[in-house]
Structures are given as structure tokens and as C-alpha cells.
Design a protein around this ligand. Structure first.
Ligand SMILES: Cc1cc2nc3c(=O)[nH]c(=O)nc-3n(C[C@H](O)[C@H](O)[C@H](O)COP(=O)(O)OP(=O)(O)OC[C@H]3O[C@@H](n4cnc5c(N)ncnc54)[C@H](O)[C@@H]3O)c2cc1C
Length: 389
């Protein structure tokens, strides 16, 4: 037997769901891991999102395949006792309000079925039986029974505690240290920290560390939380997801700013209602115009919401890319550097799977999944993309 290679010391930048999952799998493999977080865990998109672990809405191809694998991994982490009580299976209900939208969800249904996903087309009558009180504009739907839900910050806390990894809070990384074509560490507010491998999992802020301004596009999303419609159980079995949301996800290039409705019945009895897609905005403010637009849509689809009170609004920033795919893999020209960003509106779903893959890359192994479509190489040579050239 050849002697086994010593495991590296890995510095992970960012304690969102991707950084936390990477740290979890690295620690599990026996590697030494240091997580540096500019603020506190889940301070970025992970703490300001919905928790759909959803295949229903994914673009056919790489994203649909990875989402199915990611959802399986959630179930596996539950069976291993890691994510006990934090992930549960529930259906997604795609719905249509025009003939064009009916055609779109039909087409998504065919794509899902061709991947082996269980689907159930629903007439308006069928939908009403499952979700009484639907608005008159809803014409038809599609049930995807085996989707799931997990709350991002809860997953982060559990993964870090199971791995006994304590991130260094309030420790922003200012720059990567490069010597002879190799990243040898990071310069942080706590000084220089050497590393064998550095993983950049800083969400949208990865852009500043890697020079990805032309590749990573921030896309703000505003969300609304209501008070409880029911006491301690979801008002209906799973989220109502609009065909507009589906269209935004299926697009292969960033579209116009829009409101794409999802009404998510939480297990607390509250509703989480979202969201907007606002390109170029990095502030976390909510505004009356956008919140009103989301609520108008929501009342059209589910008029019973008029009984609820809004108790909170908040916003998060999705890191999106020009081609709508995450950026995950070894840096094309710098040794010792791995990129894991651009999770779009899918990082809660994909986070554990991407973390598992990145941990393997950091230990000089190949990921269990085919991630070639996510390779940073596809942006090599993009102007103003200094670090990828
Ligand atoms: C409104 C909205 C709804 C969403 N709904 C869903 C959903 O239903 N399902 C789904 O799958 N996904 C959803 N998402 C997407 C999901 O939230 C993200 O894709 C995911 O959280 C990204 O995780 P991350 O770890 O890559 O980044 P982040 O969670 O942004 O984490 C990055 C971390 O890095 C830290 N950081 C940044 N710069 C530095 C630095 N220089 N040094 C050290 N640390 C740094 C930040 O403080 C942050 O904690 C939604 C997003 C939004 C905004």
C-alpha cells in the first residue's frame, strides 16, 4: 500500500450553507479546517431566504439533476442523524393562470418525468380540493410530491456543531495570498493565515475576492412573513409556486427584474411569501412598492391571506451568474484555490451537495457528482475577471 497523503489544512472563506457544508465534510474526512466569517454564520443569503429543497422548479439539465442528488443527500443526512428534524419532504404545487402558463408547467412536467421525478398534473378542481380558498385566476397545477424543505441557518448551525467546527466570527478576509502561482493563505482582519488550500464560499462577496465583477450578478429578493393562520402546522401541504417563478428559473440568461410569486406555508402556521428578483442591488432594504406588488399577487392567488397580518419583511442577495449556473471547482490557473459561489436561488437545496464535492476537491479527490458544467473555466478570459485568467 502506498503511504496515504497527509490531509491539507483548508481555510474556508464564508460560513453560509456552502462554507458550513464544506467544513462539515472536511472535518468528517479528518482534515484540519479553519472557517473565516466576515460577520456571523448565515449572515448572507443563507439567513435571508426561503428553504425550498426543490426539484420542481429547476431548469432541465444540470440543475435538475443536481437538485435531485442534493435532495437525496438531505434525506441521507437525516438518516445519518445529522439533519434530524431539520429536513422534511413535502409537495410543491406549481400553478398556472393563463394558457401560456399551463403550457409551461406541462412542459416542466414532461422534463421532470423524463428525469424519473414523480409528478401529478392537477386540474383547478383537483387543486381546490388540496388547497381550498385558491383564487379564481388559478387555472391548473402540477404537484411534485417528493420535494422538501429545510431552513438555511438551522442547517448551518447543525453542520458546524456536528463537525465541532467553530467559525471565526467577524474575521473578514481582505485578500488571497499568492506565491508562484499558488494560493498559500489569506490576509484577514486577524492577520495572515497560511493554508494548503483556500475555498472561497463567500456568496456574492466572492466577487471582490476573485475579481468576478462581470460574472457574478447580485439579485436582491424581498420576502414577507405573516402571523399564524394555524397553530403549529402548515395551512396547506406545500408551497404554491407560480409559473412566473418557473419561467425565471428555466431562463438561460438573466431576465428582467420581476416579482415571481411563491406562497410557502411554514410548519409554524405562518406564511413566507416572496419574492422579487432585482438585479444589481446589494442593499438589504425592503420597500413598500415591491412588498405591495408581492402581496397583490399573493392575494390574487390565495385570497384567504387577507386575514393575516404582515409581521416582518426582509431581503437577501442571491449571487447569480450570466449563464444561471453556479461556479464550483478548482481555479483554472491558481493552485490551492477552490471556488464555490453563484448558487443563485438554489443554494439551500444544493449547499450540502456542493460542500461534499468541494471537500473532496480540497483533499485532491474527484467529486462524486459530475460538476463539469459548473467549472470556473467557462468564464476564463472574461474581461475584468482578473483572478480567473
Ligand atoms: C429571497 C431569497 C430566497 C431564496 N430562497 C431559496 C430557496 O427557497 N431554496 C434555495 O435552495 N435557495 C434559496 N435562496 C438562495 C440561497 O439562499 C443561496 O443560494 C445560498 O444561501 C447561498 O449560500 P452561500 O453559502 O453560497 O452564500 P451566503 O449565504 O451568502 O454566505 C456567504 C458568507 O460569506 C461571508 N463573507 C462574505 N465575504 C467575506 C469575506 N471577505 N471574508 C469572510 N467571510 C465573508 C458572508 O458574511 C456570508 O456569511 C434564496 C435566496 C434569496 C435571497
Amino acid at each position: 500500500m502506498p503511504p496515504s497523503r497527509p490531509l491539507p489544512h483548508v481555510v474556508v472563506i464564508g460560513a453560509g450553507i456552502v462554507g458550513a457544508a464544506t467544513a462539515f465534510y472536511l472535518a468528517r474526512a479528518g482534515a484540519r479546517v479553519t472557517v473565516l466569517e466576515a460577520d456571523s454564520p448565515s449572515a448572507g443569503a443563507t439567513g435571508a431566504s426561503d428553504g425550498a429543497v426543490s426539484v420542481a422548479s429547476k431548469r432541465p439539465g444540470t440543475m435538475m439533476r443536481l437538485a435531485r442528488e442534493a435532495r437525496d443527500l438531505y434525506a441521507q443526512l437525516v438518516s445519518e442523524g445529522v439533519l434530524t428534524d431539520l429536513f422534511h419532504t413535502r409537495p410543491t404545487y406549481l400553478f398556472a393562470r393563463s394558457a401560456a402558463e399551463v403550457a409551461l408547467i406541462d412542459s416542466q412536467g414532461r422534463d421532470l418525468a423524463s428525469q424519473g421525478e414523480l409528478i401529478l398534473p392537477l386540474s383547478r378542481h383537483d387543486l381546490l380540493q388540496r388547497i381550498p380558498g385558491l383564487g379564481a385566476s388559478v387555472l391548473a397545477g402540477l404537484k411534485v410530491p417528493l420535494d422538501g424543505h429545510a431552513i438555511g441557518y438551522q442547517v448551518v448551525n447543525r453542520l458546524l456543531s456536528c463537525a465541532s467546527v467553530v467559525p471565526r466570527h467577524h474575521t473578514p478576509v481582505h485578500r488571497l495570498v499568492v506565491l508562484n502561482g499558488r494560493v498559500t493563505g489569506v490576509e484577514s482582519s486577524a492577520g495572515l493565515i497560511p493554508a494548503d488550500v483556500v475555498v472561497v464560499a463567500a456568496g456574492f462577496e466572492s466577487s471582490a475576492l476573485l475579481g468576478l465583477d462581470e460574472v457574478l450578478i447580485p439579485r436582491k429578493g424581498q420576502l414577507i412573513i405573516t402571523d399564524r393562520a394555524t397553530a403549529g402546522f402548515a395551512a396547506f401541504p406545500g408551497p404554491l409556486m407560480s409559473a412566473g417563478y418557473l419561467a425565471a428559473k428555466r431562463a438561460t440568461s438573466p431576465g428582467q427584474n420581476s416579482v415571481n410569486l411563491v406562497i410557502d406555508p411554514l410548519r409554524t402556521g405562518q406564511f413566507l411569501i416572496g419574492s422579487s428578483r432585482e438585479a444589481g442591488l446589494t442593499d438589504r432594504q425592503t420597500d413598500i412598492r415591491t412588498v405591495s406588488a408581492i402581496l397583490r399577487e399573493a392575494l390574487d392567488v390565495y385570497p384567504a391571506l387577507a386575514r393575516q397580518r404582515v409581521i416582518r419583511t426582509f431581503a437577501g442577495i442571491r449571487a447569480t451568474t450570466r449563464d444561471g449556473l453556479p461556479i464550483v471547482g478548482r481555479h483554472p490557473t491558481l493552485d490551492g484555490l477552490i471556488i464555490a459561489t453563484g448558487m443563485q436561488g438554489d443554494g439551500i437545496c444544493l449547499g450540502p451537495l456542493i460542500g461534499a464535492a468541494v471537500a473532496r476537491l480540497a483533499c485532491d479527490r474527484e467529486p462524486a457528482q459530475d460538476l463539469s458544467a459548473l467549472s470556473p473555466r467557462r468564464f476564463q478570459g472574461a474581461t475584468a475577471c482578473g483572478a480567473l485568467s
